[in-house]
Design a protein around this ligand. Structure first.
Ligand code: PLP
Length: 362
């Protein structure tokens, strides 16, 4: 009774809490708030809740903060599943998704003023698969002037490269399936909130009742992977920068989207808010979709697969894979052309990756 009433801490049932979830939650909350101070000079506090997947963490975020009649403002080029969730699940529950190019603060402000029901702004930066970046600080300032909640999907960056709480956002979410686990060995997600009371009460209650809990073995794999986050991110990023340079100079390549290239439209924003540009990039071949298929089929080291953030370099075709559920019109609006190829650059020896790409581009 003491445990059920909250009078005494302790484990009751693994849908609620578990001794292997807890250290993973504490480590992620510590990484997301590392060295951050609030307006009064105190250490920023946050609480994390592990989930069965990134989508479970995001659905807990939206369901705990939004109700029928509200609207959520977000931007182009979200992960396909998040885009579908906003349009198919929230919309059906009377919560309107409003999509605008939030890289332009004037457009963001106009959207907020036009729609008085907006309650939450959800950012994904860098975003799938064109590596667009949104100015977290600029959007958060604007949101706070209008009393809105801000959440950031920090999956592509990880707290090692980017700490959204630095700019006063309310929530950070991750698919831990990706760089935090780092080895592609478990599906998982996490929701981190700065309002510790909210996280311990409403978010905890919702999480338990929605049933999107993880399991002890996946939490153990996450804990193992996270030990090498810094080492892996350094190697991922230096490999990705070399791949981007290589592709940009290759005669068969029409365009490279990588936020570490000065030619990327969001280069300056990425430089401001990220330690390094990251490990994700996408590109188009001059000869279009057929050349793209040929290229992917000829790869020997890099793996054709969805997902990202694993030790292995993964190559995917968003139009037929991660964004298959998004209509062609919408895809083209986001810059996801039929010929776009996405890469999550892995930890292999860089000469091996470049040789594989070079052979496949012949
Ligand atoms: C940026 C981003 N957020 C969320 C998700 C969903 O995560 P999960 O597949 O763990 O549910 C993904 C999956 O690819 C993603 O890329």
């Amino acid at each position: 009774m003491r445990r059920f009433s909250g009078e005494e801490d302790g484990y009751i049932y693994s849908r609620w809490e578990n001794p292997t979830f807890k250290p993973a939650e504490e480590i992620i909350a510590a990484l997301e708030t590392f060295k951050l101070k609030d307006e009064s000079g105190n250490n920023v506090q946050a609480k994390a809740i592990l989930h069965a997947s990134g989508m479970a963490a995001l659905s807990c975020l939206f369901q705990t903060n939004l109700k029928t009649g509200d609207a959520v403002l977000s931007h182009f080029s979200l992960y396909g599943g998040t885009h579908e969730y906003l349009h198919k699940i929230l919309d059906q529950n009377g919560i309107k998704p409003v999509i605008a190019d939030l890289r332009d603060l004037n457009i963001a402000e106009a959207a907020i003023k036009r729609n008085k029901n907006i309650r939450l702004i959800h950012l994904e930066t860098p975003a799938n698969p064109t590596i667009q970046c949104v100015d977290i600080e600029g959007i958060t300032k604007l949101a706070k002037q209008h009393g809105l909640i801000v959440s950031v999907d920090n999956t592509f960056a990880t707290p090692y490269l980017q700490q959204p709480f630095k700019y006063g956002v309310d929530f950070v979410a991750h698919s831990t399936t990706k760089f935090l686990n780092g080895h592609g060995t478990a599906i998982g997600g996490v929701l981190v909130g700065r309002d510790v009371h909210f996280m311990k009460t409403k978010a905890t209650k919702w999480h338990r009742l929605l049933g999107g809990n993880t399991n002890a073995f996946d939490a153990f794999l996450l804990l193992n992977g996270i030990k090498t986050l810094e080492l892996r991110m350094e190697r991922h990023c230096s490999n990705a920068a070399s791949v981007a340079d290589f592709l940009q100079q290759h005669a068969a390549v029409a365009k490279v989207n990588y936020n570490g290239l000065a030619s990327h439209p969001d280069y300056a924003v990425a430089k401001k808010q990220m330690k390094h540009p990251g490990a994700m990039l996408s590109f188009e071949l001059k000869e279009g979709i057929n050349a793209g298929k040929n290229f992917i089929d000829k790869l020997r080291l890099c793996t054709r697969a969805v997902s990202l953030g694993t030790a292995d370099t993964l190559v995917s075709h968003p139009a037929s894979m991660s964004h298959y559920g998004v209509s062609k019109d919408e895809r083209l609006q986001f810059g996801i052309t039929d010929g776009l190829i996405r890469m999550s650059v892995g930890l292999e020896n860089i000469e091996d990756i470049l040789t594989d790409l070079d052979n496949a581009l012949q």
